[in-house]
Design a protein around this ligand. Structure first.
Ligand code: HEM
Length: 167
């Protein structure tokens, strides 16, 4: 494979996977935790968790491909003397990478607590008490906040990726 062909393949993988990664997060923010058609609180929470896990798997694979191809491109094309554009590209890449641990640290514990509470409610075949319902609301709010922060970081990263060439 020639160097130019390799660059084309890496760019194709990078941009496609990046679009899937960022697009999934933007869609999640736009649609919220869809739970229509669920009869009990436990079912509704478990449906949200199932959706979260699926999205985490898809975005995890897409993020890995984006970062791997992006790092290869950076090494091949941008490791020399740094222009302003290269700096913007580097910062945009770091912001994209950062969105993953930030979302995990803010939303991860809340999501796991929600899952445990839902399993408890399901095993005891009951609806949440008033206190538990407040906890569910607070955990959902934290989970949504984590998604919004990750999406905002990815939006900044995408803007940097799209414009660095012109600085
Ligand atoms: C959601 C995340 C991301 C998206 C949507 C995205 C998208 C893009 C797009 C559309 C370009 C082409 C811009 C142009 O050539 O003018 C690009 C270039 C680039 N991206 Fe990303 N990117 C993302 C994350 C990352 C990450 C995490 C890294 C590094 C680890 C990275 C490294 C690069 C590099 C080095 C280039 C320049 C390639 C070249 O000069 O041919 N990107 N990215």
């Amino acid at each position: 494979m020639t160097t130019v062909t390799l660059i084309i393949v890496l760019r194709a993988v990078h941009v496609l996977a990046g679009v899937v990664w960022a697009g999934a997060m933007f869609t999640l923010v736009a649609t919220g935790p869809l739970v229509a058609g669920k009869t009990s609180a436990a079912d509704a929470i478990l449906a949200v968790r199932a959706k979260q896990k699926r999205i985490a798997m898809v975005t995890g694979i897409a993020a890995l491909l984006t970062v791997a191809a992006g790092m290869a491109l950076y090494g091949m094309l941008h490791s020399g003397p740094q222009s302003t554009g290269d700096h913007i590209l580097g910062v945009a890449a770091l912001i994209a990478i950062l969105s993953f641990p930030v979302a995990g640290i803010i939303g991860g514990p809340a999501n796991r607590k929600l899952g445990r509470l839902a399993l408890l409610l399901q095993s005891e075949k009951r609806e949440p008490s008033a206190g538990e319902a407040r906890v569910v609301d607070a955990l959902m709010a934290r989970s949504t906040l984590a998604t919004k922060i990750a999406a905002a970081l990815l939006a900044i990263a995408v803007l940097g990726m799209a414009t660095w060439r012109y600085f």
